[in-house]
Design a protein around this ligand. Structure first.
Ligand SMILES: Nc1nc2c(ncn2[C@@H]2O[C@H](COP(=O)(O)OP(=O)(O)OP(=O)(O)O)[C@@H](O)[C@H]2O)c(=O)[nH]1
Length: 457
C-alpha cells in the first residue's frame, strides 16, 4: 500500500508522462491544473495557464465552450473536435474526451479533459479526399476528351479540368501546329501573359519529354526560353503520345515560392492528368487526321465528292431556315482528254492542281470548293443576290482562261472551263435535284461550244 503522499506523487508522474494534453477545468471555466503536454501544445507556461479561461487557447472559443457545456450536461463528451492555437500561431487539431469530476459531496466540481493530437491524421484525410477528387476530375476529363470529335472541343474541357486541378494557379494550353514547328497558344486562364507562339525547342519540358519544374529557389532547372527570365516557379507539362509531340500545358502557381510539399503534390497531379490527357488527345488527333484524309482529294487538296454530299445537305437545311439562296456550279475543263493525249497525264495533273488552287482562291465566306471527280469541280456558294453569284462565276471562268501553267520547262497551252449553274430554291429543293440541274446546264454549255456559263433554265 502506498502512503497518501506517495500516491499523489505517483498520480502526478502518470499525468506528466502523458503525451496527450490533460487539463482540469473548474465549474466556472477556469483552468485548475495542466500537464506539461498542455504547456507544450499551447506554448504558454503552466503558471499562466492556471486560473485563465480555458477557451482562450482554441481557434474557436465558442465551440470550446459549447463542448464544455455539453460535457457538463451529459456527464461526458467523446471525440469532440477542436483546434488548439499555440502562442506562435501553430495549430494543433485535437479530439477531446472530457468527463465531469465531483467533490466529496457528489456535486460536479469541474471537468477533466484529455486531448488527442490528430493533426497528421486530419492532414492525411484531407490529402486523401483531395486525391480522390483529383482522380474523379481526371477521369471525367478523360471521358469527355474521348467523346470529342474535334480538337476545338477538347480545349475548353482541358482548360476547365486544369483550372480545377490547380485552383491557385494560372496557366495555358499550347498545341503543336501541323508541321510540328510551333507551339500555338490554344487557351489560357488566370491573370497571365503568355507567348502566343514559340518553337518547341525553347521549352525544356518538350525537349526532355518530361515535366519541367523551374523558377524555384531550390531548383537548378533552367528557365525555358518561352518564359520570362525572372519568372517565379512554374511547370511545363509536355503532352506526348507514341513519341510524338501534341502540345504543352503551362502552370504557374500564384503563391510566390510553394513549399516542397506543395510542389510534390502539384507534380503528381500534373503527371496523372497529363498521362490521361495525352492518350485521349493522341486518339483525337489521329481521328482528325483520318477524317481529313477521308474528305480531301489528295491531288488538289480540295474537298472530295463525299464531303460535298455531306455538307451540301447541311447547307441546304441552313438556307431553308434562313430563307437564303444557294448556287451549285459544276465546272468542267474543256477537251481535257485531248490535252492529256497531247501533253501526258502528268502535265494534266499539274493543270488539275493549278485549277484547283485557283478555285480555292475564289472561295468567300462559307463557300465550298470540291473536286467532284476527274476534271470536274463543284463550287457551292451562298449569296442573297443571284446576279452577284453569276458575275463571280463568270470572272472565275475568265481567270481559268488566262491561267498559265508550266510543266517542267514547258509552258502548257491555256485551257478553258464550261460551267453549269443551278440555284436553290428556283431549280431544285434538294442536293440530288440541284446537282442534276447543274449537270444538265453544264451539258448545254458544252453543246453550245464550251468555255461558257449556263444557268439551269
Ligand atoms: N491527268 C489526269 N487526267 C484525268 C484525271 N481524271 C480524269 N482525267 C482525264 O480527263 C479526261 C476527261 O475526258 P472527257 O470526259 O472525254 O472530257 P473532255 O475531253 O474534257 O471533253 P469535254 O468535257 O466534253 O470538253 C479523260 O481523259 C480522263 O482520263 C486525273 O486525275 N488526271
Amino acid at each position: 500500500m502506498l502512503a497518501k503522499s506517495a500516491k499523489t506523487s505517483y498520480a502526478r508522474s502518470l499525468i506528466e508522462a502523458s503525451l496527450d494534453p490533460l487539463v482540469t477545468i473548474s465549474a466556472d471555466g477556469k483552468i485548475m491544473d495542466v500537464n506539461s503536454a498542455t504547456e507544450k501544445v499551447t506554448g504558454v507556461p503552466r503558471k499562466e495557464l492556471i486560473g485563465s479561461d480555458f477557451s482562450n487557447y482554441f481557434t474557436d472559443p465558442q465551440k470550446a465552450q459549447d463542448g464544455y457545456r455539453l460535457a457538463f450536461s451529459q456527464g461526458k463528451v467523446t471525440d469532440y473536435p477542436l483546434a488548439i492555437c499555440h502562442a506562435s500561431g501553430k495549430i494543433t487539431e485535437v479530439l477531446y474526451n472530457a468527463t465531469v469530476y465531483r467533490d466529496e459531496d457528489g456535486n460536479i466540481a469541474g471537468i477533466f479533459a484529455a486531448a488527442r493530437d490528430v493533426t497528421a491524421l486530419k492532414k492525411a484525410q484531407r490529402e486523401l479526399e483531395a486525391a480522390i477528387l483529383h482522380m474523379q476530375l481526371i477521369r471525367e476529363m478523360t471521358d469527355l476528351l474521348q467523346s470529342c470529335q474535334k480538337m476545338d472541343e477538347a480545349y475548353p474541357i482541358m482548360k476547365s479540368a486544369f483550372m480545377r486541378l490547380f485552383p491557385e494557379s494560372d496557366g495555358g494550353l499550347y498545341m503543336l501546329d501541323a508541321a510540328g514547328n510551333s507551339l500555338v497558344l490554344a487557351d489560357s486562364w488566370g491573370d497571365i501573359r503568355l507567348e502566343a507562339v514559340f518553337n518547341p525547342d525553347e521549352c525544356w519540358g518538350m525537349r526532355r519529354g518530361r515535366i519541367h519544374l523551374a523558377g524555384c529557389c531550390n531548383s537548378i532547372n533552367p528557365v525555358c526560353g518561352h518564359v520570362c527570365a525572372d519568372a517565379g516557379p512554374y511547370l511545363c507539362i509536355p503532352l506526348l503520345a507514341h513519341a510524338r509531340g501534341l502540345g504543352l500545358i503551362y502552370i504557374e502557381p500564384r503563391f510566390a515560392d510553394p513549399n516542397a510539399d506543395g510542389i510534390e503534390r502539384m507534380l503528381s497531379i500534373a503527371e496523372a492528368a497529363a498521362d490521361s490527357a495525352r492518350l485521349a488527345l493522341a486518339n483525337l488527333t489521329l481521328r482528325e487526321e483520318l477524317h481529313e484524309l477521308s474528305i480531301r482529294d489528295p491531288l488538289t487538296g480540295l474537298f472530295n465528292r463525299r464531303f460535298l454530299e455531306e455538307v451540301l445537305d447541311r447547307e441546304l437545311l441552313r438556307m431553308r431556315r434562313s430563307e437564303q439562296m444557294l448556287a451549285v456550279a459544276m465546272i468542267d475543263i474543256d477537251h481535257f482528254k485531248i490535252f492529256n493525249d497531247n501533253y501526258g497525264h502528268d502535265a494534266g495533273d499539274e493543270v488539275l492542281k493549278k485549277t484547283g488552287h485557283l478555285l480555292n482562291g475564289f472561295r468567300e465566306g462559307s463557300d465550298i470548293v470540291c473536286r467532284y471527280g476527274g476534271e470536274e469541280f463543284v463550287v457551292v456558294t451562298t449569296e442573297v443576290d443571284p446576279q452577284k453569284i453569276l458575275r463571280r462565276l463568270e470572272n472565275l471562268r475568265l481567270e481559268v482562261e488566262h491561267l498559265s501553267v508550266k510543266f517542267g520547262n514547258q509552258q502548257l497551252p491555256n485551257l478553258s472551263v464550261s460551267i453549269g449553274v443551278a440555284i436553290f430554291p428556283a431549280h431544285g429543293s434538294n442536293r440530288v435535284e440541284l446537282l442534276n440541274r447543274a449537270d444538265q446546264a453544264l451539258y448545254v454549255a458544252k453543246e453550245a461550244g464550251r468555255n461558257r456559263l449556263v444557268v439551269a433554265g
